[in-house]
Design a protein around this ligand. Structure first.
Ligand code: ATP
Ligand code: ZN
Length: 214
């Protein structure tokens, strides 16, 4: 099935959505968004948008169901995916950090040796700790990670932080940064030359928008 447009997957609703849509609108691309619509074709640029859960985006781009995607580097790097990062987008900046109950003393990473850590990012977390010579037990949970220490599920957590407010209100303190993240544009590694030409045009427009903001 050949298409003469490029298909891009963006998050349907969440912390990447508004800035993703804003970016494409600033690029002069007209399309409908919002409501229950899961697909939208632009009226003035050869691009089709798919609105999906962010976690599904890297897989769709790897498989070629979508040609491009916008996703947090944190979600991309947690799993091994064969996709190309074609642009750092500079929004949805956050970090993956280790945190422990506020009342506990923190000395260094060695403290996590043999401890259990609740996280939605077990690969990034355990790789980081192993690089620092620490072996801890990962407890994978998909959400509300901050509650884990207070209910006895884990001794520490590793989660996405931007201001630290959520940690604070759950009686936790941030003790080490594992990974710095931001939104990136990813592409399938086997784009046709026609699609590559559309991508080049899109990247040129994004560069112009980004230059205007600096
Ligand atoms: P979905 O329903 O699509 O799976 P989600 O709940 O997994 O959504 P969001 O909370 O919307 O995801 O976060 C999407 C991405 O935004 C994260 O993977 C991360 O890259 C980034 N992000 C998360 N929290 C913040 C934050 N507090 N500030 C800035 N960016 C963030
Ligand atoms: Zn998600």
């Amino acid at each position: 099935m050949s298409r003469n447009n490029i298909r891009i997957a963006v998050q349907k609703s969440g912390r990447l959505s508004d800035d993703s849509l804003k970016l494409f609108k600033e690029c002069g691309i007209k399309f409908e968004s919002g409501g229950s619509k899961l697909r939208s074709i632009s009226s003035n640029f050869p691009i089709e948008f798919l609105f999906l859960r962010d976690d599904d985006i890297p897989g769709y781009v790897e498989d070629g169901v979508a040609d491009l995607g916008v996703v947090g580097l944190n979600v991309l790097m947690e799993h091994t995916r064969k996709v190309a990062i074609v642009k750092e987008l500079g929004f949805s900046k956050c970090r993956l950090s280790l945190a422990i109950p506020r009342g506990e003393n923190y000395t260094d990473l060695k403290q996590f040796e043999g401890k259990s850590i609740a996280t939605s990012y077990p690969n990034l977390t355990s790789q980081f700790l192993l690089k620092n010579g620490v072996k801890a037990e990962m407890h994978e949970i998909s959400g509300s990670v901050e509650i884990a220490p207070s209910i006895g599920l884990a001794e520490g957590i590793c989660d996405i932080v931007s201001t630290g407010g959520t940690l604070l209100s759950n009686g936790l303190k941030e003790v080490a940064t594992v990974f710095q993240s931001q939104a990136v544009m990813i592409a399938n590694t086997a784009l046709s030359s026609e699609k590559q030409a559309i991508l080049d045009k899109l990247l040129f427009r994004i560069d112009s928008v980004q230059r205007g903001q600096n």
